[in-house]
Design a protein around this ligand. Sequence first.
Ligand SMILES: [Zn+2]
Length: 151
Amino acid sequence: MPTLKIHSRMFTHPKILMAGNAATGLWVRLAAWAVHYHPGDWHVPADLTRKYGTPAQIRRMVAAGLAAPAADGYELDAELLAWARDDNRAAIPAEQRRRIYDRDGNACLLCGTTDDLTLDHIHPWSLYGPDTDDNLRTLCRPCNSSKGAKV
Ligand SMILES: [Zn+2]
């Protein structure tokens, strides 16, 4: 079950202060829905947004920058959600790390080197990509750093 994490300093974040409690509550509820149904994708349908929030709450959420209008709904502010997650990072267990290195032939999948190997999240961790074997692959540190936060 995916988990939505909220940063302990979020109560002072400028967007939260601007949105107010009601619009922040709506945003947190929509973020929980998005993480539950499609982790890593912050799109929420318009009908769901209208079901959970009043028109005034939706307007304030958008005006504060917690969400932006998108095709058939809204795109929640991924930057703020990623900021919350970065503080709560857990290490990948050594056993899982070895399993993925073995699966990938103990070599970087991009350049083939066997030196300085790391695990790469195919869908970035900061964008809620999970720590599952199918979302992890072996890359060397130089290839992993040049990938950055791209999907
Ligand atoms: Zn490499």
